[in-house]
Design a protein around this ligand. Structure first.
Ligand code: HPA
Ligand code: ZN
Length: 337
C-alpha cells in the first residue's frame, strides 16, 4: 500500500494534546451540502460549483459567508454544523475549541439570537455527550456595525447569560471598514466587566496599528491573526512582554492573500521573538485547512522540533477560554506526550 512520507508525522501531530482558539462556525459548511440546500431553496449559487470555494480575498470570502449562512435556516442545520465541528476537532486530536459565530451573517436568525445560540448549543452539547471535546462560543461583532448595534449585542449576551458563551469577538474586513476600534471600545469594556473574555480580529486586514488598538481600546485577551504585528518591532516586544496570545491561521493567510507563501509567513519570527502564538484553521472546511495539517505545514517550513510543537500546543491550551478543569487535564496529557 502506498503511504506518504508525512503520514507517520501527521499521526504524531494528531496525538499532540492541543486546543483550537480561532475557528469560525461560518467556515464549516461542506460545499456539497451548500449546493443541495441552495437547490432545494431555489437560491442561485454565487458562482459555478467547481469554483465555489475559489475566493478572491477577504471581501469576497465574507460575502460568500452571507450566502452560505443564509441557507442554514433551521435549528437542525445549525446543530448539525456544530456537531460536525466537534467531530473534526476530535479527529485532529484537539481537546477543546473556542468557536466564533457572527450573527450578522445568519439572515434567517436575525432578531432571534437566543434561539440561534440555543440551536448551536444543542449541537455542541450532544457532541460532548458522545464523548467529543468541549467547545466555548465567542459571539462576534462585525467591523462595519454601529456602536448602537454593538451595545445591543452585548446587552443581549449579558441578559442571556448562556454558559456556552465565553467571549465577545469582533471580525470582518478592517481594510474596508477603516479604523473602528474607538467605536467598539464601550461595548468591549462592558462585556469585560460582565465577565466575558475578549478576542479581536486585527493585524490581518489591518496593519500593526489595528493590533495596538485591539490591546489599548478593546482590552483584547487574545488577538485573532495579529500576524502583521511583525511590521512593528515595538509592538512585537509589547505582545511578548504582556503575553497576549495570537491565534494564527497560516492557510487562511495564504488563501486570502495576506502572504504569498508559507516561507513569507511571520509565525516563526513572532515565535522566536517570544510572542505566544498558537496554530489554528480559521475556516476549516471552506479554506481546506485541518488543525494537524496546519501544524505539519509550519513544522515542515520552519523545521520545528518536538519540543517546539509541545510549546505551541501548550500555548494553544493556555490561550484558550476553556475552564480551569479542562485546561489542567489537557496540560497533564500534554506533559505525557
Ligand atoms: N478575518 C476577518 N473576518 C473573518 C475571517 C477572517 O479571517 N474569517 C471569518 N470572518
Ligand atoms: Zn478569523
Amino acid at each position: 500500500m502506498h503511504t506518504t512520507a508525512h503520514a507517520p508525522r501527521t499521526e504524531r501531530i494528531r496525538s499532540l494534546p492541543k486546543a483550537e482558539v480561532h475557528a469560525h462556525l461560518e467556515g464549516c459548511f461542506q460545499p456539497a451540502v451548500l449546493a443541495q440546500w441552495a437547490t432545494e431553496a431555489g437560491v442561485p449559487m454565487p458562482r459555478p460549483r467547481e469554483h465555489l470555494l475559489a475566493f478572491e480575498g477577504l471581501a469576497d470570502f465574507l460575502h460568500f459567508l452571507d450566502w452560505a449562512c443564509g441557507l442554514a435556516s433551521t435549528r437542525e442545520r445549525l446543530a448539525e454544523l456544530s456537531y460536525g465541528f466537534s467531530q473534526r476537532l476530535a479527529e485532529s486530536g484537539a481537546g477543546y475549541a473556542d468557536v466564533i459565530v457572527n450573527p450578522t451573517h445568519w439572515k434567517a436568525w436575525h432578531g432571534r439570537l437566543p434561539e440561534m445560540i440555543d440551536a448551536i448549543d444543542a449541537g455542541f452539547a450532544s457532541a460532548e455527550q458522545d464523548g467529543l471535546p468541549p467547545v466555548g462560543l465567542c459571539v462576534s461583532l462585525l467591523r462595519t456595525q454601529s456602536s448602537d448595534a454593538a451595545a445591543e449585542l452585548v446587552d443581549a449576551l449579558i441578559a442571556l447569560g448562556h454558559p456556552r458563551v465565553v467571549a465577545l469577538s469582533i471580525d470582518g474586513n478592517e481594510a474596508a471598514a477603516g479604523r473602528t476600534s474607538p467605536r467598539f471600545a464601550e461595548a468591549f469594556r462592558r462585556a469585560g466587566a460582565a465577565g466575558l473574555r475578549r478576542t479581536v480580529h486585527a493585524g490581518e486586514s489591518s496593519g500593526p496599528e489595528g493590533v495596538r488598538d485591539a490591546i489599548e481600546l478593546l482590552g483584547a485577551d487574545r488577538i485573532d491573526h495579529g500576524v502583521r504585528a511583525i511590521e512593528d518591532p515595538a509592538l512585537v516586544a509589547l505582545l511578548a512582554e504582556r503575553r497576549i496570545p495570537l491565534g494564527i491561521c497560516p492557510t487562511s493567510n495564504l488563501k486570502l492573500g495576506v502572504y504569498a507563501s508559507i516561507d513569507d509567513h511571520p509565525i516563526d519570527r513572532l515565535r522566536r521573538a517570544g510572542v505566544v502564538v498558537s496554530i489554528n484553521t480559521d475556516d476549516p472546511v471552506l479554506l481546506g485547512a485541518s488543525l494537524e495539517g496546519e501544524y505539519a505545514l509550519c513544522s515542515d517550513a520552519f523545521g520545528w522540533s518536538d519540543e517546539d510543537l509541545r510549546t505551541l500546543a501548550r500555548h494553544s491550551i493556555d490561550a484558550s477560554f476553556a475552564n480551569a478543569d479542562v485546561k489542567a487535564k489537557l496540560l497533564e496529557r500534554l506533559s505525557r506526550w
